[in-house]
Design a protein around this ligand. Structure first.
Ligand code: SAH
Length: 195
């Protein structure tokens, strides 16, 4: 976290709040996540993959947004893939990562519900927008032993959930853990390409 200067990912008008522990607006009704939540999600993903797989090469992020979470992930993973549905946010992010010499991130413009079959399977998947359940395509694109971390809408609140994919007697089983309550923007369908 100390290696990723958050002010690079925060809008000009919000620079004075770049190092507050708050989510901040980034336009298009979206937000850069709160740093403590970025740390929490990255650490849970890292630790649980370390326990279950013992290695982790690639991670898929749904919701590139400002690019802050993907920058933190790029410090820990060999390869990061990130998908964003708002074209303007997708186009703006690469130059920020170049400023801090990150070259292990690949960017995709599209609907994260579909995942990235061409780059799968992934060791880890992180959703940074809230959904009701994990889209089936993402479940399929995870290796056995892999981990998905995601904010899930549950009875009028949102909870951060961790799902570990297991295989027992030839059948896929999911081990679930609830981490904490959170507040994320919703995961929407389709793409947005107008200003
Ligand atoms: N990880 C981001 C958090 C951004 S907020 C950061 O560090 O700044 C969530 C992002 O998810 C928004 O940019 C929103 O446009 C995006 N999003 C929402 N639904 C999506 C979908 N179906 N596919 C891809 N991105 C999506």
């Amino acid at each position: 976290m100390l290696d990723v200067p958050r002010h690079l990912f925060v809008d000009a008008a919000m620079q004075h709040r770049a190092y507050d522990n708050d989510a901040l607006p980034i336009g298009y009704a979206q937000t850069i996540s709160q740093p403590s939540i970025v740390a929490c999600m990255s650490a849970y993903l890292y630790q649980s993959l370390n326990q279950s797989l013992g290695y982790f090469n690639n991670v898929l992020e749904i919701g590139t947004g400002s690019g802050y979470q993907s920058a933190v992930l790029a410090k820990l993973w060999k390869q990061v893939y990130t998908i964003e549905r708002v074209e303007h946010l997708h186009h703006n992010v690469q130059s920020k990562h170049q400023k801090i010499h990150l070259s292990n991130i690949e960017y995709f413009y599209g609907d994260g519900h579909l995942g990235l079959p061409e780059k799968s399977p992934f060791d880890g998947i992180i959703l940074t927008a809230c959904c009701v359940e994990i889209p089936f395509s993402l479940q399929e694109q995870l290796v056995v032993g892999g981990v998905i971390i995601a904010p899930i809408e549950y009875q009028d609140t949102q909870v951060l959930m961790l799902y570990k994919k297991k295989q027992e007697e030839g059948k896929i089983k999911w081990q679930e853990s609830l981490i904490c309550e959170v507040k994320f923007v919703p995961m929407l369908s389709g793409v947005r390409n107008q200003a």
